[in-house]
Design a protein. Structure first.
Length: 383
């Protein structure tokens, strides 16, 4: 199935700015409230549904904005600057929307994409599970065919963002024989794995967000159990047993979690600048120069994230991996520098810098984790 070609950004009007001052303020307030409570940020999800942001990755033909990866990364970073949890939910929604655009059948495109574009539906990925490893090779969740041609899914997924909030989940399961321990892999995923689109109201899908998180506390990240979860073969996304090839192409898309780290780093920098202005610290050369150094970190991360989105390097997939490594490392250095500028003011538990730091550290642990990014880049040198 060939999806409609994406619109050419050079021949259409630029996208509108979806986040006005009032929306930014509400997202920031809901982020602070969710961080205190540890409960899913329902206000942020409601805002994402209303702003039109959820439709950016969907082509015009299906009611979306037809945004390119540079624009997707930009808007994820803009949301992250005020609400990291909302940015992660938005990023996952884009990831699933894009996989449907690439792999969906005509019926799947016609049914799902308009709902994802309008904000009626929120999408989530359910790939990770305890014991599978960062590269998702050793999945325990299985899918078996039924006599009627459908499938039954059984297992449990961990660290699923938007658990309990999503209207459709992209679930990764093992439908073929598990790979031998010493078998060569693709680097992420394995042969015999298949993707399924499972509706949130499927009685066999049971979410659990009781796991308390240190960061991204409003993202509804938790567990999803699949218990005798029955789906039709028409809910399969892509060929059976070939999910690994789809996963391998994901990083070629140019969408990068580095955009989330970039937005968080920028938010921290803004905290430091506002503090310096309020306390009259810009009169000190040392403070001004330290702020310049932190701003340079943010600009360098922004450049690599934008390059990943442009997909114009010799190896776009590797550039996407570098963008996550670069942006998360820059965010960590910026947070440390901002702590030094804020001094005791930033040590108060309620200061937003503490949320930014915890959220930024969470990005490094999201798939592919930073260590897996390093492994994927380094193995290309030994082929």
């Amino acid at each position: 199935m060939t999806a409609p070609a994406p619109s050419n950004p050079a021949t259409r009007a630029p996208l509108p700015e979806f986040l006005d001052a009032a929306t930014r303020s509400r997202l920031a307030a809901s982020a602070a409230a969710a961080d205190r409570s540890g409960r899913p940020d329902l206000d942020a999800v409601a805002l994402l549904r209303r702003t039109g942001l959820l439709g950016l990755a969907v082509p015009y033909a299906y009611g979306g904005a037809g945004a390119d990866p540079v624009e997707l990364n930009h808007h994820v970073a803009e949301v992250a600057a005020v609400n990291g949890s909302a940015a992660i939910m938005l990023f996952q929604h884009y990831a699933v929307s894009s996989r449907i655009v690439e792999q969906g059948t005509p019926a799947q495109l016609a049914e799902l994409l308009p709902k994802l574009a309008s904000g009626e539906w929120l999408a989530a990925s359910a790939w990770s599970e305890t014991g599978a490893g960062a590269d998702k090779r050793n999945l325990s969740t299985t899918g078996r065919r039924t006599e009627g041609g459908g499938w039954v899914l059984d297992g449990a997924k961990s660290f699923t963002t938007s658990a309990g909030l999503a209207d459709v989940y992209l679930v990764l399961v093992r439908t073929g024989q598990a790979p031998d321990a010493g078998a060569a892999g693709t680097g992420y995923g394995a042969a015999g794995q298949t993707f399924f689109l499972v509706r949130g109201d499927n009685p066999g899908l049971v979410p659990d967000t009781s796991l308390p998180l240190a960061g991204m506390r409003g993202s509804a990240t938790g567990f999803v159990s699949l218990r005798d979860c029955r789906v039709a073969d028409t809910d399969r996304l892509g060929p059976a047993g070939e999910a690994a090839s789809i996963i391998a192409r994901v990083r070629e898309s140019g969408a990068t979690l580095g955009a989330v780290a970039l937005g968080l780093a920028r938010a921290a920098l803004d905290c430091a600048h506002d503090h310096a202005v309020a306390r009259g610290l810009l009169a000190h050369q040392a403070v001004r120069h330290r702020l310049v150094d932190l701003a340079t970190e943010v600009e360098a991360a922004r450049a690599v994230v934008e390059r990943a989105g442009r997909r114009d390097s010799a190896d776009p997939g590797t550039t996407t991996l570098h963008s996550k490594l670069c942006a998360t490392a820059a965010a960590d250095r910026v947070m440390t520098g901002v702590e030094q500028i804020l001094s005791s003011a930033g040590y108060a538990e309620a200061h937003p810098l503490n949320r930014y730091r915890r959220d930024a550290r969470a990005v490094a642990l999201m798939g592919p984790t930073n260590d897996l990014c390093r492994e994927l880049v380094s193995t290309s040198w030994t082929r």
